[in-house]
Design a protein around this ligand. Structure first.
Ligand code: HEC
Length: 183
């Protein structure tokens, strides 16, 4: 019995040393343009999935959070802050979104995390570690966040042309240059 424990102890030390050796050797490739090692991808994506599942619990939206005014305010924010990574209907994101690993999902197909507004609100507010999804809590008031949620929920029904038209109808900002959606 004693020998077995001693052997297990030695095995454990060898495994920890090998793991540390691998980390400190710099062998792991962190470049974003190559896929993750399958085991690392599994650990990271499974951790993320279960972490979100535990946190995206029942957050209730405020009453009337999706009035047409709020949806329009959300469109302005989406166009300014989210389009760069998530693109817009029928349009892949530009070079920033394309260069991310993992890729930002389209928010208008089945991949939009359901119609549950509370989930989108949580993700927009807190962001998702181990991905490029930022937390917007330093930029958005609670009201802003719910406006973005209201807009994101309209995305599955929006065509590229409607999106472009609505973006063009937004009040112009000073010095605004041509945007991807206006092209
Ligand atoms: C810098 C790039 C970047 C920006 C800017 C960004 N996102 Fe994301 N977002 C991501 C990435 C990457 C993921 C994927 C995370 C993952 O794989 O779980 C993501 C995930 C999401 C998800 C979860 C979707 C799903 O089906 O898993 C939502 C909702 C979302 N983003 C909304 C937004 C909104 C709204 C904005 C603007 C306020 C925004 N994002 C801005 C990169 C970005």
């Amino acid at each position: 019995m004693k020998t077995l424990f001693a052997l297990l102890g030695v095995l454990f030390i060898v495994l920890v040393a090998a793991g540390a050796g691998y980390i400190y050797s710099g062998a792991y490739d962190v470049s974003a343009d190559t896929p993750d090692d399958a085991a690392v991808a599994w650990v990271v994506s499974t951790t993320r999935r279960y972490s979100l599942r535990a946190r995206l619990t029942d957050i209730q939206p405020p009453a009337n959070f999706d009035t047409p005014e709020r949806v329009r305010a959300g469109l302005a924010k989406y166009h300014e802050d989210c389009e760069v990574c998530h693109g817009f209907p029928d349009h892949s994101p530009g070079p920033i979104g394309a260069g991310l690993n993992p890729k930002p999902p389209k928010l208008w197909g089945e991949s939009g995390r359901g119609p549950r507004p509370g989930s989108v609100y949580w993700i927009v507010t807190h962001g998702i570690k181990m991905t490029g999804m930022p937390s917007w809590k330093h930029a958005y008031s609670d009201d802003d966040a719910w406006s973005v949620v209201a807009f994101v929920r309209t995305l599955p029904k929006l065509s590229a042309d409607e999106y472009r038209r609505e973006v063009q109808a937004l009040p112009k900002k000073e010095n605004e240059t041509e945007t991807s959606a206006a092209k």
